[in-house]
Write a protein that binds this ligand. Structure first.
Ligand code: AP5
Length: 230
């Protein structure tokens, strides 16, 4: 398969991180996850981390210009063949991404949108546990670790993410609806949207994404899918 430049879009808890991890491993793509980058800055207590911590704790978006700077640097570092997981999240970020890609003469090949209803999201995020050491993600209902709350990969004690409290989940969903959902239309109009039923099981969602990517029907300029998938 050709080298793909992809965006994974969807509400909080839709499974973007889980699926981006699986698909990036299968297709040899590099994963760029602003949420993880920002959490590391907060943990390390850097100047950027101190600036963004308040937004993240409240479930609000970090200002566009900060995120765009991070993404610009990451794209420069990793080159083509990437999955942007959780970026863009506003129309301003999407336009910023268009400018970055245009300046490099790179194409965005598809935007994988994981469609999951709110009630399923609340269930998933309430049961999510993450490994603070290696970053592995679990779900105490659908994909629990083998030993209680211990990471299968590295043995660290699993934790709940600070923004997975019910009040903050509600806020993140509100922010998603207002700021991020308009991107569905933005990318649909560009002919790039690949809509996937993200409410299915983990393996089913992975296979739907794989099939959709294999079936991408490129037009002459290789400028994204010419018919809808999912
Ligand atoms: P970020 O870390 O990106 O959080 P998010 O978008 O809210 O997404 P999540 O990581 O919560 O969920 P996910 O879709 O990756 O789902 P996951 O695979 O973990 O962002 C955090 C914060 O950083 C933001 O609030 C903001 O402040 C800031 N930020 C980040 N990017 C920004 C940007 N571009 N602009 C501005 N600010 C930004 O799955 C969730 C759970 O469900 C897991 O337990 C998993 O095991 C389970 N699960 C997944 N798929 C399935 C399935 N099919 N069936 C059953 N369970 C499943």
């Amino acid at each position: 398969m050709k080298t793909l430049n992809l965006v994974f879009l969807g509400p909080p808890g839709a499974g973007k991180g889980t699926q981006a991890q699986r698909i990036s491993e299968k297709l040899g793509l590099k994963r760029i996850t602003p949420g993880d980058i920002l959490r590391k800055e907060v943990e390390k207590g850097t100047r950027l981390g101190k600036e963004v911590a308040g937004y993240m704790e409240k479930g609000e978006l970090v200002p566009d210009e900060m995120v765009l700077e991070i993404i610009g640097e990451e794209l420069e570092r990793v080159g083509q063949g990437f999955i942007l997981d959780g970026f863009p999240r506003t129309v301003a970020q999407a336009k910023g991404l268009d400018r970055i890609l245009e300046s490099k003469k790179w194409l965005l090949h598809a935007v994988v949108f994981l469609d999951v209803p709110d009630d399923e999201i609340v269930k998933r995020l309430s049961a999510r546990r993450v490994c603070p050491s290696c970053g592995a993600v679990y779900n105490m209902i659908t994909s629990p670790p083998r030993n209680n709350e211990t990471c299968d990969r590295c043995g660290a004690h699993l934790v709940r993410r600070g923004d997975d409290e019910s009040e903050t989940i509600r806020k993140r969903l509100e922010v998603y609806t207002k700021e991020t959902a308009p991107l569905i239309d933005y990318y649909e109009k560009k002919g790039l949207l690949v809509r996937i039923d993200g409410a299915r099981s983990l393996d089913e969602v992975t296979s739907l994404i794989e099939k959709a990517l294999e079936g991408l029907n490129w037009n002459e300029q290789e400028r994204g899918p010419t018919k809808p998938f999912g």
